[in-house]
Design a protein around this ligand. Structure first.
Ligand SMILES: [Zn+2]
Length: 306
């Protein structure tokens, strides 16, 4: 697997991906969400949190997937390490989406699997979250009931479900290769995030249509911490409470996936579950009833051939 210095997977050759694309037409989408979580490495102390890490990871994944269309079998690798300060998350491969103005656009492998029903790396892990083992042992608070999330988060600890959901957000879509404020040269490929960001010479913004409409303008990307939103001061200072903010996941606070995070996912092509408004749900029910009546009528009319 080819990765860059930040552990982001570089796109494979276009030809191989084109073959995968063709194969994906024959693949059937999963109807449900299933996760396999493997916890690897770590000190004995950190390893004692293994089952809590797995349970909190599943709950964190659910925070995202309950809003997404379809279903998929996602293989998650949690690696306990000593060489990063806190945490990181990324898909282990990427999937080709389209060519746009001579640039090949790729999405995170997990997003590709959700969108196409085709797992780009088979039974191998789809995404990896790195956690520093001291951070696990001394900073994170593992929710004893992570699906319910009702126990108070200790004020001196960071909620693990929140932190894991943030890292899973990177594995889903908040990732890429371009970093214009750091003088990143133009590349012939980019992520679905990269293609939607623009640098105005001073700051980077995410300009997807749904997110822009919801936020009331392009969404400020964290200065010096691309693939995140919000800033401690200036543009985006109202986004510090967002799960995908790039300033801090504060102690004692429980974060959830926000409407803005979901709008950004939708802009990046991740298929969203339809959210029927009460009125449209009623209309749908009325429509189905009407359809049933029509079917009954049609059955009566065509009874001899039924
Ligand atoms: Zn992050």
């Amino acid at each position: 697997m080819k990765t860059d210095s930040l552990g982001r997977t570089l796109p494979r050759a276009g030809r191989a991906l084109a073959v995968m694309w063709a194969l994906s037409c024959g693949g059937a989408a999963n109807a449900a969400w299933t996760y396999r979580v493997d916890v690897l490495g770590g000190s004995p102390t950190a390893r004692s949190f293994e089952s809590a890490i797995a349970a909190n990871t599943v709950a964190a994944m659910d925070l995202w997937t309950r809003h997404l269309a379809g279903g998929a079998a996602i293989e998650i690798e949690i690696e306990l390490v000593g060489n990063i300060e806190r945490a990181a998350g990324y898909s282990l491969t990427s999937g080709f989406v389209r060519s746009e103005s001579g640039i090949d656009v790729y999405e995170q492998g997990v997003a590709y699997e959700i969108r196409t029903g085709w797992d780009p790396n088979g039974a191998e892990a789809d995404l990896r979250v790195l956690l520093n083992h001291d951070y696990v042992a001394n900073e994170l608070w593992f929710d004893p009931e992570p699906a319910q999330r009702w126990a108070p988060v200790p004020t001196e600890r960071t909620d693990a479900v929140s932190l894991l959901a943030h890292e899973l957000g990177h594995a889903l879509a908040f990732n890429g290769w371009w970093d214009p404020p750091k003088g990143q040269p133009p590349l012939h490929y980019g992520s679905t995030w990269d293609l939607l960001t623009h640098y105005d010479g001073e700051a980077l913004y995410f300009a997807g249509a749904a997110a822009t409409a919801l936020y009331g303008g392009p969404v400020p990307v964290t200065a010096g911490n691309n693939w995140h939103i919000g800033n401690a001061t200036g543009p985006g200072s109202d986004l510090l409470g967002d799960l995908m903010n790039g300033v801090a996941i504060s102690r004692g606070i429980r974060y959830d996936v926000s409407a803005l995070d979901l709008a950004m996912l939708a802009d990046m092509g991740v298929p969203m579950a339809p959210v029927p408004e009460p009125q449209s749900a009623l209309l749908l029910a009325a429509g189905l009833a009407g359809l049933a009546a029509l079917r009954r009528q049609s059955r009566r009319l065509s009874a001899p051939s039924a």
